[in-house]
Design a protein around this ligand. Structure first.
Ligand code: ADP
Ligand code: MG
Length: 235
């Protein structure tokens, strides 16, 4: 209990409210999902589809709650030395399955010399999945989504490039605003969350887009200054 109080004090007021509402909503949702699954297993074939939709929608609601919670809490992350490439490789099967279902393909090109970074793996996965899903959603029922990394100017760059519709210039400035969405089933929380994650990793996100050709999101992670490493050259 003491730990819980200590943690709660560190959260902002919004964060506290988000945390308790999340908890109060998730519990009944878990119960509902459990029973729906039970009924689905016993249901007639013709009705199974309805129960699947109910469960999908429950999962979607849960995801919105998670994203909102991460965004509202905005708390300091625990970081550890970690390989961006390992995180990407771990997610390839999941992302490829998603792409295949949409008739799309994923190409991955990882640079050979990426040093370890200080990362919170869970959050980086969330960032990657959000950007990849946006790319897929922009492409319709074909297209290649390219994930690549590169070492550049003291930073590791992660690029997610799609061949989708592109982003109209007047929408560019709204992309990272919470709840900005152009999708009927969108939440508008994905990109704000990605930005918050990137910033807490001392990184940034840039967007390049051309209407009718596609969009590339570039996440740059600054490399830490190496202690005892090569001395800085004097100008
Ligand atoms: P959501 O995906 O729920 O709409 P996001 O915050 O992830 O919310 O994205 C906000 C909006 O930014 C999207 O609705 C879309 O208009 C635009 N967007 C994001 N990524 C892309 C992309 N890869 N291609 C085209 N538009 C994009
Ligand atoms: Mg999104």
């Amino acid at each position: 209990l003491r730990n819980e109080v200590g943690r709660m004090e560190r959260l902002s007021l919004v964060g506290q409210m988000a945390a308790s509402i999340t908890h109060e909503i998730r519990n009944p949702m878990a119960v509902i999902r459990g029973f729906v699954q039970l009924i689905q297993e016993r249901s007639a074939k013709s009705e199974k589809e309805y129960f699947r939709i109910i469960m999908d929608e429950l999962d979607r609601a849960n995801m919105i709650i998670s994203d909102f919670l991460s965004l509202a809490q905005n708390r300091a992350l625990t970081m550890q030395p970690s390989s961006l490439h390992d995180i990407i490789n771990e997610l390839i099967p999941l992302m490829s399955a998603d792409a295949n279902m949409r008739g799309q393909t994923i190409e991955v090109e990882l640079c050979s010399d990426a040093p370890p970074l200080m990362l919170n793996d869970r959050e980086i996965k969330q960032l990657l999945l959000n950007l990849v899903r946006n790319g897929m959603e922009a492409m319709g029922d074909s297209g290649v989504l390219r994930i690549s990394t590169g070492l550049l100017d003291g930073a590791v760059e992660l690029r997610i490039a799609d061949e989708g519709a592109g982003i109209p210039a007047e929408q560019m400035k709204h992309l990272f605003e919470p709840f900005f969405t152009t999708k009927t089933r969108g939440t508008g929380l994905g990109l704000p969350l990605c930005l918050s994650i990137a910033e807490r990793h001392n990184g940034r996100i840039d967007v390049e887009s051309k209407e009718g050709e596609g969009t590339t999101f570039v996440v740059s992670f600054n490399l830490p200054e190496m202690a005892g490493g090569k001395p800085a050259e004097s100008a």
